[in-house]
Design a protein around this ligand. Structure first.
Ligand code: PLP
Length: 449
């Protein structure tokens, strides 16, 4: 595409004058004006092209402008752009069927929302109504969305300014061996001690007051910490023992990100409720939802569910989901994620970890990888402090600028960079991005002790 700096300047000027951006001090940001995107790349109006190692906000699992999904959206728009949620509509029925066929166990009913946060809101509402209990247990180092209940179960600094006293929310520590809260030295110890800590929390809070435990199957934005073998099965057992609803949040980890349709499949665990969004249709049209077990669906068989949305199961969004899931199936995109992750991404990241003093740990699976950047490999002191918003972020900013200069758009959260490209990135593209990452890590190395 031809560069067009004048248009870019106008886009930027209107943005700066009128767009109020998420999570930002409005005068301290400098958003890039984007002219277009295709596959794993996007480009600006000045002729710069970037390889997107972020998949947007970890949601364009099939890349940008997938032709089959764009065509399906166009066809649905011509046929039936919208229709109210109380009716049975072809694209909605078909999306629900395709999702329910893939979700684990008896999660066979789908409540559609507009995105991930409202899926979390509804899952927790269902759990409270199903059990008649008030409280929810959630983990530190988690992200569940920006609406009031979702941000209050979130365990990261974005909650602090939104914390409404967290009525009914109790937080616990989930396992994370690299920065263990349990003085553990092995995954087995970490797992056993994290489960013991969770059970104590349940017993001391009072099991009869706890409606739900919510966990990201694999925590995403908080650092891609794979739960140790046995942890999620252990949480499932505790939920069964104490009559607590087990909610898995698969908004980021679901729809192929881990090399399986759902991360729960990696651990053979079946929750009672599972939230999804993002990859369900690669965010081409906003869509999220909750997959509901037989027992919880039964609670609302004769009694109305007191919740809904004007756009629940929006026909255009659902048509995009149908086309996305079918394209992922036809093109083997989930298997491709597992293969490219294991054969290209993982070995390269392990090699970078050996070579760069700034890389403390690599962890992940499929197309879901994190590099934990440190000032000192010995002490594991993070390259920037936990709440970087209030601290000196120079090392991560320098790393990010170096990556962008060589055409790589990196995912950065606190002291981590995540490698989360589209699942169908080609081998050549992945290698190009990994080479740029290697060069940018040399800049991060300059800030180590
Ligand atoms: N849950 C998880 C695990 C997420 O990663 C996110 C978004 O990043 C959300 C919920 C919120 O989703 P949304 O931004 O679509 O509301």
């Amino acid at each position: 595409p031809q560069p067009n700096p004048q248009v870019g300047a106008a886009v930027k000027a209107a943005d700066r004058a009128h767009v109020f951006h998420s999570w930002s001090a409005q005068e301290l940001i400098d958003p890039l004006a984007v002219a277009g995107a295709e596959g794993s790349y996007f480009w600006d109006y000045d002729g710069n092209r970037y390889l997107d190692f972020t998949s947007g906000l970890v949601y364009t699992n099939i890349g940008y402008q997938h032709p089959k999904v764009v065509a399906a959206i166009q066809e649905q728009a011509a046929k039936m752009t919208t229709f109210a949620p109380a009716f049975a509509v072809e694209s909605r029925s078909e999306a629900a069927r395709l999702i329910a066929e893939r979700t684990p166990g008896d999660l066979d009913k789908i409540f559609f929302t507009n995105g991930g946060a409202d899926a979390v809101e509804h899952a927790l509402r269902m759990a409270r109504l199903h059990t008649g209990r008030p409280k929810v247990l959630s983990a530190y180092r988690s992200y569940h969305g920006g609406t009031q209940q979702a941000i209050n179960v979130t365990g990261d600094p974005r909650r602090w300014a939104n914390d409404s006293g967290s009525a009914g929310v109790v937080r616990f520590w989930a396992p994370f061996l690299y920065r263990s809260r349990f003085y553990a030295e092995t995954e087995e110890q970490e797992c056993a001690r994290a489960l013991e800590h969770l059970e104590s929390t349940i017993r001391f809070e009072g099991p009869s007051t706890i409606a739900a435990i919510i966990l990201e199957t694999v925590p995403g934005t908080a650092g891609i910490m794979l739960p140790p073998e046995g942890y999620l099965a252990g949480v499932r057992e505790l939920c069964d023992k104490y009559g607590i609803v087990f909610v898995l949040d698969e908004v980021m980890a679901g729809f192929g990100r881990t090399g399986k349709w759902f991360a729960a499949d990696l651990y053979d665990v079946v929750p009672d409720l599972m939230t999804f969004a993002k990859g369900v249709n690669s965010g081409y049209v906003p869509l999220g939802g909750v997959a509901i077990s037989g027992a919880i669906a039964e609670t609302f068989a004769q009694r109305p569910y007191p919740g809904g949305l004007t756009y629940s199961g929006h026909p255009l969004a659902c048509a995009a989901a149908v086309a996305t899931i079918n394209a992922m199936e036809e093109e083997g995109i989930v298997e491709q994620a597992a293969r490219t992750g294991a054969e290209i991404i993982e070995p390269a990241l392990r090699e970078l970890t050996e070579r760069h003093p700034s890389v403390g740990e690599v962890r992940g699976v499929g197309m879901f990888w994190a590099l934990d950047l440190v000032r000192d490999k010995e002490t594991r002191e993070p390259l920037v402090p936990y709440n970087a918003a209030g601290a000196d972020n120079t090392p991560m900013a320098a790393f990010g600028a170096a990556a962008k200069k060589s055409g790589l758009w990196p995912f950065i959260n606190m002291n981590r960079t995540h490698v989360v490209p589209p699942l169908n990135i080609t081998e050549a593209e992945a290698k190009e991005g990994l080479a740029a990452l290697d060069a940018a890590l040399s800049v991060a190395d300059e800030y180590t002790v």
